[in-house]
Design a protein around this ligand. Structure first.
Ligand SMILES: Cc1cc2nc3c(=O)[nH]c(=O)nc-3n(C[C@H](O)[C@H](O)[C@H](O)COP(=O)(O)OP(=O)(O)OC[C@H]3O[C@@H](n4cnc5c(N)ncnc54)[C@H](O)[C@@H]3O)c2cc1C
Ligand code: SF4
Length: 549
C-alpha cells in the first residue's frame, strides 16, 4: 500500500523505541509524519503463542524479513576456557576453538524489538556518559545524564515504569510512576543469599505494570514477556508511543514498508535528504518525499541503510559496533523455587555498575536473578538432564521448578575488529546488499565475563543451590540482544557520525534516532529507555530549530 501523501514534513524509518517517540513528538506539534516499518503489525490479543500448547517451542512470531550475514570468527582465547558455554544435557555447546555467531536477536514489526523485550527500563549510570574523562577508556558522550533526566521522566510516565524509591548512580527528580513489583519467591531466595554476602538486591525498574495503568490491568506474572505480552502490560512501543502517535491524527504508520534507499540531492552545493524508496507488502516499489528524515532501524540495519544509500561520514558508519557482554549460570536448588513464576527480571544488583578500574577492568556491569529461561518442561528436558525412558521422565518431574539462576550483562568497548559492513556477495529479496556483522570480544569483556561468572556462582552457592546445570556466556557465542554504536554521536567532527542533536554530519536534514548513536554501551543497563529519552530529546531539538526558523 502506498502512503496517503507524496510528501511529509518528516519521514521516520523504523518504529521501535528509536523511531516512535520521535514520530509522536513531531506529530503532536502538528507536523505531518510518515513512519515506515518493514515488519507487520501484531495484535497482542491474537498474535502470540503463550496460550498455545507448544508455546515453549515457539518464540516471538518472527518474519525473517531482515537478513544479515556474519564476518570472521574470533579464535577463542584459551586462557578463558572456563567460560565455555555448557549444559548437563549436551556438554560443551561450542566444541570448536572459534567463537560462533548464534544470532542478532531483532524483531521486525510495529514497536520494533520491544515487542520481544523483557520490560527492563533502566537509566544509564551518570558516570557511563563520561568513560574517557573518568576512567581513560572509550569516549565521552557529548551530552550528560542531566540532559536526559527530564526525558527519562517523561518516557517512564508513558511506559508505566514500576521501580523503587532510589537506584544507585541515577539521581531522580521525580519518583517512578508505579510502585515496584514484589520479588518472586525465587528472587527472594537470591536476595537472602545476597544479604549474607553484604550485597544489596534492589527491585528492578521495569516497564511492566504493577497496578492498573494505560487502560491495562496489572501484570499476571506469567513470565512470558519474550513471547509478546498478550495483556498489554509490558510497555513495548506498540502499546505506548504508537497509540499516542496515532491519536495525533497527523502521524501515518505504514507496516510492511521496507525502505531500501534514502535519496540524497545536491542543492546549491549542499547535500540534503529528499525522500526514500520503499517496497510495500506486495513487493511494489514507491518513492515518498520528506523535509526531514529520521533513521531508526536498529544498530545493524541503520548503518546498512545509510551505506546502501552511499551515505558515510569519514568512513565511520558501521564502525564502533557494540554487542551484549552476557553470562548466566543455572543451578538446581533443593527447595522448589518455582522460578518460572514472576516477571523475567524482577531484581537487580547494581553493586558493580559504577566502573572501578581496581577490579582489573574499566566497564560497569549488573547482575540479576532470573529463571534462566527455564520456564517449562521442554527446557528442563533439553538442557538440564540426560537420559531416556521412565527414569529420565522421573528425574525431570523430581526437579521441575527447582531451577534458579543468576546472570549478568556488562559494558562492551568498541574495538577495531568489531563492525557492521555491507556484504559484497549477498543481497536481500529487494536486491540490496545485506548487513554483515563482525564482532570480537576484547580483553576487558573477557575479564568482565570471568568476574560475572565468579560472582554468580558465589551467590548461587550462598543461596543453597546444589548443582550447577548450565553456564551460558558470550565468550564462545555471539548472541546479541543489546546492540549499539554504529553511528556514533559526538562533538568531534572527525570521530562521530552524528552531532549532539543526532543530525548526520554533512546532511543536516537527516537524523539517526536509535541505539546506533550510543558512544558507549553503558554498564549492562537495558537500553530502550535511554533510546526513547534520546529520541524525544532529538525531536525537541529539531522543533526548537524549526521555531527559530
Ligand atoms: C530477547 C530480548 C530482550 C530484551 N530485553 C530488553 C529489556 O528488558 N529492556 C530493554 O531496554 N531492552 C531490551 N532489549 C533490547 C531492546 O529491545 C533494543 O535495544 C531496542 O528495541 C532497540 O531499539 P531500536 O529502535 O534501536 O531498534 P529496534 O527496536 O530493533 O527497531 C528497529 C525497527 O526498524 C525496522 N526496520 C529495520 N530496517 C528497516 C527498513 N529498511 N525499513 C523499514 N523499517 C526497518 C525493524 O523492522 C524494527 O521494527 C531486548 C532485546 C531482546 C532481543
Ligand atoms: S509477565 Fe506480565 S508483562 Fe510479561 S507477558 Fe506476562 S503479563 Fe505480560
Amino acid at each position: 500500500m502506498p502512503s496517503k501523501k507524496e510528501k511529509y514534513d518528516c519521514l521516520v524509518i523504523g518504529s521501535g523505541p528509536g523511531g516512535s517517540p520521535f514520530a509522536w513528538r513531531l506529530a503532536s506539534k502538528g507536523m505531518s509524519v510518515l513512519m515506515l516499518e518493514a515488519g507487520p503489525r501484531y495484535d497482542p490479543y491474537k498474535s502470540y503463542a503463550l496460550d498455545e500448547d507448544d508455546w515453549e517451542l515457539k518464540g516471538f512470531p518472527e518474519t525473517k524479513r531482515i537478513k544479515y550475514t556474519t564476518g570472521k570468527k574470533q579464535p577463542l582465547n584459551t586462557a578463558y576456557e572456563n567460560l565455555k558455554s555448557w549444559n548437563k544435557a549436551s556438554g560443551k555447546l561450542n566444541r570448536t576453538n572459534e567463537r560462533k555467531y548464534l544470532k542478532y536477536h531483532q524483531v521486525s514489526g510495529i514497536g520494533g524489538t520491544t515487542l520481544h523485550f523483557q520490560g527492563e527500563a533502566h537509566r544509564l549510570n551518570e558516570n557511563a556518559f563520561r568513560m574517557k574523562s573518568l576512567y581513560g577508556v572509550a569516549v565521552d558522550w557529548p551530552i550528560g545524564y542531566k540532559d536526559l533526566e527530564p526525558y527519562y521522566n517523561e518516557a517512564e510516565a508513558i511506559l508505566g515504569v514500576a521501580g523503587p524509591d532510589k537506584v544507585p548512580g541515577r539521581p531522580r527528580s521525580k519518583p517512578y510512576p508505579l510502585k515496584p513489583h514484589k520479588l518472586s519467591y525465587a528472587s527472594g531466595i537470591i536476595a537472602k543469599a545476597c544479604g549474607k554476602k553484604g550485597i544489596d538486591l534492589f527491585p528492578n525498574s521495569v516497564a511492566i505494570l504493577s497496578e492498573p495503568y494505560r487502560d491495562a490491568p496489572p501484570c499476571n506474572y506469567c513470565n512470558g514477556c519474550v513471547w509478546g505480552c498478550p495483556r498489554k502490560d509490558k510497555g513495548s512501543v506498540d502499546v505506548t508511543f504508537i497509540p499516542l502517535a496515532e491519536k495525533t491524527g497527523t502521524c501515518e504508520i505504514l507496516d510492511n514498508a521496507y525502505v531500501t534507499r534514502i535519496k540524497i540531492e545536491n542543492k546549491g552545493g549542499k547535500k540534503i535528504a529528499s525522500g526514500v524508496v520503499y517496497f510495500d507488502r506486495s513487493g511494489k516499489e514507491h518513492f515518498v518525499g520528506g523535509d526531514y528524515i529520521a533513521v531508526a532501524c536498529g544498530a545493524v540495519e541503520t548503518p546498512r541503510l545509510l551505506l546502501n544509500s552511499e551515505i558515510d561520514v569519514n568512513g565511520l558508519v558501521g564502525k564502533n559496533f557494540m554487542e551484549t557482554t552476557f553470562s548466566e549460570t543455572v543451578a538446581m536448588h533443593p527447595e522448589r523455587t518455582d522460578s518460572y513464576r514472576g516477571i523475567p527480571m524482577d531484581g537487580i544488583i547494581w553493586k558493580w555498575n559504577t566502573p572501578d578500574p581496581k577490579r582489573g577492568f574499566s566497564g560497569g556491569l549488573r547482575l540479576f536473578p532470573t529463571a534462566g529461561s527455564a520456564l517449562g518442561p521442554v527446557n528442563y528436558s533439553l538442557r538440564f538432564f540426560e537420559g531416556w525412558g521412565e527414569d529420565y521422565v522421573k528425574e525431570i518431574e523430581k526437579w521441575f521448578g527447582h531451577a534458579i539462576s543468576v546472570g549478568g550483562i556488562a559494558e562492551f568497548f568498541p574495538n577495531k575488529d568489531t563492525f557492521v559492513t555491507l556484504d559484497p556477495n549477498v543481497r536481500d529479496q529487494f536486491g540490496s546488499p545485506v548487513a554483515r556483522i563482525q564482532s570480537f570480544l576484547g580483553e576487558p569483556e573477557l575479564k568482565t565475563l570471568n568476574f560475572i561468572s565468579k560472582k554468580s556462582k558465589e551467590i548461587l552457592e550462598a543461596s543453597g543451590a546444589k548443582e550447577i546445570v548450565e553456564e551460558i556466556s558470550s565468550y564462545d557465542f555471539f548472541s546479541a540482544t543489546h546492540v549499539f554504536g554504529t553511528c556514533r554521536m559526538g562533538n568531534d567532527e572527525e570521530t562521530s557520525v552524528v552531532n549532539s542533536s543526532q543530525r548526520v554530519r554533512g546532511i543536516p536534514n537527516l537524523l539517526v534516532t536509535d541505539a546506533s548513536v550510543f558512544p558507549t554501551s553503558g554498564g549492562g543497563e537495558a537500553p530502550s529507555l535511554t533510546i526513547e529519552a534520546l529520541s524525544l530529546r532529538a525531536a525537541d531539538l529539531l522543533l526548537k530549530d524549526l521555531k527559530k526558523g
